[in-house]
Write a protein of this length. Structure first.
Ligand code: HDD
Length: 696
């Protein structure tokens, strides 16, 4: 039976009583449900009808407002970097940089500046998965005392193209193909590689994109780069060129490609969850900010142009000076309000930081402001709390959609003299402390042209490839084989390969062999290819940022009926002490009966917590438990994948049959369940790889 209250009797669902209790008796205003106009809502369960079985009335403003708002909950997603995760935190300066920049954020050692950092993939839509092979966006908004500074970078220090006019073509080619709407979040398709083959300037970035850098284990384990050469300007007006670097405290770590693919199915939100959980448990992700600074003379001495975003300056040539750190210590309250609505813009720089003529940067200075108008719908997007500077904002810009401010007085123009007549006059420009562009001297003809100093597309690609560890080189070659195998037009593969011959003939030969095709002749390079000094700093494996550690990692402990209580307890303690998160996995999440008859609950169900979700696995099984798991495909796959993904596997004596069934062969990464396992779990076993898969 329906009544006006609805919720405390029959709500039309078989007549059961609804548990919802109205708050009428309490008079606290914050307890009352209201419309967006503040009108209290008497009934949130039923529409307004003409009779209990009658039509809905148009005058039901509660209904219309609620549905209207719901209908518009989604806003246009970012055309690139749509999928992202973000967190609040702070930047702490280690030493004053007053000698090279007057930027307020860099003046006082020890001072903290609040910030908001958003990580993203590039190609996929907002609902796509976290682990495709893709560049990761690394955008930081510093809320400095002199206005917002946005350092909008990536986890790779170079970019695909040299000139911003190519950006829409690049992105169109990598996004899902225009007629068919797939593939989502993947570069392994014709149009992308067609663009790559026709644009040799992409080659250096392609080397990075096909390396392990684009399949990170965690967003907490990626580097960040500002990419472009920027300028610092000091109080005396002197300019110093600067490149920005973020170095992760947990070190660099990537997944194996097969692991990344399986993670996409096992947990589409793997990176977002990882970041969220780390922050929730107080394990705050941290990066150091490094700078490479140099002058014109140094820039002129390089065999490439510092305005070219497809080039790095190797750290061996110009060391990175660590000047501060970023700590992310607070997850947003609301994903939409903050992570979705945050609007970064490389043009947001405070006095003391300035641009260079990098043609990619110059184009970006226009794009970001422009895109926010279509994404956020109004020129007043800067008033949204996540975008609003944490310093005074005062000017005569007025009105516009969703204007939140209510300025007083008549003066909405500058200059005005109303202040001299007892009225509100308002703010004035500040010649001494305001942002003043560095007065670089410019001259030249008006031309659509690329400087000849940008012509070398291969030397640094070669430098990168040859600097890598041999395991990484194999991954890179195999990634190109994988991607080109998804290209259906053979001529595209051939063209790409003919470019790669210029990078390194042996790499091209490996790729050709992996594709079972003939090695084409090298394409004609626009500039001679040079052998530059190698840069071991570019490696992940056996590189300066590879860490043998369990810190920030996780260890899966597989248990089943009869598992030994003390073994599991000891393992959990040891793993926790080493800084990792123990994840107890069992056939049923409710738990298993342990050796002493007690029930031990699991953190994850075996079928839903495959070994790809952890960094190492321990099989703490009894004979009885192992026998049962030998019949479970999920258990066999669990071990097989851990082995195939080169992870440490610790196993009890009784778990041996499971190891055998999963094809595990003894090596340094396969141990018992004692301390040797905790040590072994701090790394991956690259030597194992040739035994488990054929790499190019
Ligand atoms: Fe961009 C977003 C990074 C070149 C145009 N870009 C965007 C984001 C990152 C980057 C991290 C997401 C920010 C966020 O989390 O909201 N973009 C880069 C880097 C580039 C680069 C490191 C080269 C060095 N971008 C680039 C060019 C153009 C754009 C050359 C256009 C001329 N990028 C945009 C954009 C986006 C954007 C269309 C989409 C959403 C947004 O700006 O706010 O304006």
């Amino acid at each position: 039976m329906a009544t006006r209250e609805g919720y405390d009797t029959d709500v039309g669902n078989g007549g059961e009583t609804h548990q919802h209790v109205p708050v009428e008796s309490s008079h606290k205003p914050e307890d009352h449900l209201t419309t967006n106009q503040g009108i209290r809502v008497s009934d949130n369960q039923n529409q307004l009808k003409a009779g209990d079985r009658g039509p809905v009335l148009l005058e039901d403003f509660v209904l219309r407002e609620k549905i209207f708002h719901f209908d518009h909950e989604r806003i246009p997603e970012r055309i690139v970097h749509a999928r992202g995760s973000a967190a609040h935190g702070y930047f702490e300066l280690f030493e004053s940089l007053a000698d090279i920049t007057k930027a307020d954020i860099f003046q006082r050692a020890g001072e903290k500046t609040p910030l908001f950092t958003r990580f993203s993939t590039v190609a996929g839509g907002a609902g796509s998965v976290d682990t495709p092979r893709d560049v990761r966006g690394f955008a930081v908004k510093f809320y400095t005392k002199e206005g917002n500074w946005d350092l909008v970078g990536n986890n790779i220090p170079v970019f695909f193209i040299q000139d911003a006019i190519k950006f829409p073509d690049l992105i169109h080619s990598v996004k899902m193909e225009a007629d068919r709407g797939f593939p989502q979040a993947a570069s392994a398709h014709d149009t992308f590689w067609d663009f790559v083959g026709l644009m040799p300037e992409t080659t250096h970035m392609i080397m990075w994109a096909m390396s392990d850098r684009t399949i990170p284990r965690s967003l907490r384990m990626i580097e960040g780069f500002g990419i472009h050469t920027f300028r610092f300007v000091n109080a005396a007006g002197a300019s110093t060129f600067v490149k920005f670097h973020w170095k992760p405290k947990l070190g660099l770590q990537s997944t194996i490609w097969d692991e990344a693919v399986k993670l996409a199915g096992a947990d589409p939100d793997f990176h977002r969850r990882d970041l969220f959980e780390a922050i929730q448990r107080g394990d705050f992700p941290e990066w150091e900010l490094g700078i490479q600074t140099f002058d014109e003379a140094f820039a002129d001495s390089l065999p490439y142009d510092v305005l070219d975003s497809t080039k790095i300056i190797p750290e061996e040539l110009l060391p990175v000076r660590i000047v501060g750190r970023m700590v992310l210590d607070r997850w947003p309250d609301n994903f939409f309000a903050e992570t979705e609505q945050v609007a970064y813009c490389p043009a947001n720089v405070p006095p003391g930081i300035d641009f260079t003529n990098d043609p990619l940067l110059q184009g970006r200075l226009f794009s970001y402001l422009d895109t926010q108008k279509s994404r956020l719908g109004t020129a007043n997007f800067h008033q949204i709390p996540i975008n609003a500077p944490k310093c005074p904002v005062m000017n005569f810009q007025r009105d516009g959609q969703m204007q939140m401010l209510q300025p007083k007085g008549r003066a909405n123009y500058e200059p005005n003299s109303l202040g001299e007549h007892g009225e509100i006059g308002g703010v004035r420009e500040c010649p001494a402390t305001g942002f003043a562009t560095y007065p670089a001297t410019e001259s030249g003809d008006k031309l659509r042209i690329r400087a000849s100093s940008f012509a070398d597309h291969y030397s640094q690609a070669r430098l990168f490839f040859r600097s890598l560890d041999s395991a990484e080189q194999s991954h890179l070659a195999s990634a190109i084989v994988f991607e080109l195998s998804k290209v259906s037009i053979e001529a595209i593969r051939t063209r790409v390969l003919s470019n790669i011959v210029n990078v390194d003939p042996s790499l091209a030969a490996r790729v050709a062999a992996g594709l079972a095709m003939d090695l084409p002749k090298a394409s004609e390079p626009a500039a001679p290819v040079q052998d530059l000094d190698l840069s071991p700093a570019l490696r992940i494996i056996r590189g300066p940022l590879e860490k043998e550690t369990l810190e920030g990692r996780s260890v899966g402990i597989l248990i089943a009926d009869g598992s030994d209580v003390s073994v599991v307890d000891t393992l959990v303690k040891a793993v926790t002490k080493a800084g990792a998160r123990p994840v107890v996995i069992a056939p049923k999440v409710g738990g298993v009966k342990m050796s002493d008859g007690s029930l031990r609950k699991a953190d994850g169900q075996l079928a839903g917590t495959p070994s790809v979700t952890v960094d190492a696995v321990a099989l703490a099984l009894s004979s009885e438990g192992c026998a049962a798991l030998l019949k479970e495909a999920a258990a066999i796959q669990f071990v097989m994948d851990a082995f195939g993904h080169l992870k440490a596997i610790g196993a009890s004596e009784a778990a041996k049959p499971l190891l055998d069934k999963a094809g595990v062969v003894a090596d340094a990464g396969v141990t018992g369940l004692d301390e040797a396992f905790v040590r072994a779990a701090t790394r991956r076993y690259w030597d194992r790889e040739p035994k488990v898969r054929t790499l190019a």
